[in-house]
Design a protein around this ligand. Structure first.
Ligand code: GDP
Length: 300
């Protein structure tokens, strides 16, 4: 995959063979190519700018070792820096959920409508049941979309977890507190709270999810974002990151044909680890996020 970027850079650096260092002049054109590659992958402009500045800082003065061309040397810097920004330096623990709390460990799901929250609740419940044998309860605080509560009930059943029924006439905060009370009484180790999402960001929705967060104080607040969202991912991530103390991100629909530039935009804004990737509609379509693989995919 990286060959593509190598080839792109090779074209602009044909005349530079034999140069021993990456310099301002021999990297300028190559960095323009890297910038284009990232924009083609739908990374938002502010994230591209920050990334290019970092690469430039790391690359300048770097020796071009042995048989490498300056292009290959720069690809090496780009690849390392991107993997690091994707979270490669955070280590494998970064993609783990935090359960270091008095049970139940509460996981709050946040994100726009259609991002994949409800599906991800089902996937997480199944994943936790299978990998940790934990007793999981789910609840929907989405009182606006009548089908949402039923959808969560279905995926929870498929995941083999327990479901706390809520009514569209109840208030989201009351629903979350009632589910927490139930989870404590019935010794659930994990409570996953699904929330409403609007098609766009609006203040009422943000106020509501903030109130739910304040009431139940989750140990994990996961921002669920659609990898196909492209450049808009940056605005959505900013709105949720400003409203809530996020602890991690779930990037869904990576089985689609997007290059996944949203991952870089979301990391740029939130600084939080991308913990999971959604890779299918089915409930087993959840994987621990792999920073290096994501870096390769973005570079195309
Ligand atoms: P919500 O509104 O955020 O709760 O989103 P849903 O969970 O209802 O998901 C919206 C749509 O995206 C549904 O059709 C899901 O099947 C689909 N979906 C969610 N996650 C994934 C994924 O990782 N891959 C694919 N292909 N589809 C997904």
């Amino acid at each position: 995959m990286l060959d593509n970027l190598t080839q792109r850079l090779a074209k602009v650096v044909k005349t530079m063979r034999g140069e021993a260092r990456l310099t301002e002049s021999n990297t300028a054109e190559m960095l323009r190519e890297v910038r284009l590659a990232l924009l083609e992958a739908d990374v938002a402009l502010p994230a591209v700018r920050e990334f290019i500045a970092k690469v430039k800082e790391k690359a300048l003065g770097e020796e071009v070792i042995g048989s490498l061309t300056p292009g290959q040397a720069l690809v090496g810097v780009v690849q390392r820096e991107l993997a690091s920004l994707m979270g490669a330096d955070l280590g494998p623990e970064a993609s783990q959920l935090n359960f270091a709390t008095q049970p139940p460990a509460i996981i709050l799901m946040a994100g726009l409508q259609g991002a994949g929250k409800t599906t991800t609740v089902g996937k997480l419940a199944k994943y936790l049941r299978e990998t940790t044998k934990k007793k999981v309860l789910t609840v929907s605080a989405d009182v606006y979309r009548p089908a949402a509560i039923g959808q969560l009930q279905t995926v929870t059943g498929q995941a083999g977890a327990d479901f706390f029924p809520s009514q569209p006439t109840d208030k989201p905060v009351d629903i979350a507190l009632a589910a927490l009370d139930y989870a404590k009484k019935h010794h659930h180790e994990v409570l996953i709270v699904d929330t409403a999402g609007r098609l766009g960001i609006d203040q009422a929705m943000m106020d509501e999810i903030r109130a739910v967060h304040a009431a139940i104080k989750p140990i994990e607040t996961l921002f669920v974002v659609d990898a196909m969202l492209g450049q808009d991912a940056i605005n959505t991530a900013k709105a949720f990151s400003d409203a809530l103390p996020l602890t991690g991100v779930v990037l869904t629909k990576l089985d689609g044909d997007s290059r996944g530039g949203a991952a870089l935009s979301v990391r740029h804004i939130t600084g939080k680890p991308i913990k999971f990737a959604g890779v299918a509609e089915k409930l087993d379509g959840l994987e621990a996020f792999d920073p290096s693989r994501m870096a390769n995919r973005i570079l195309g």
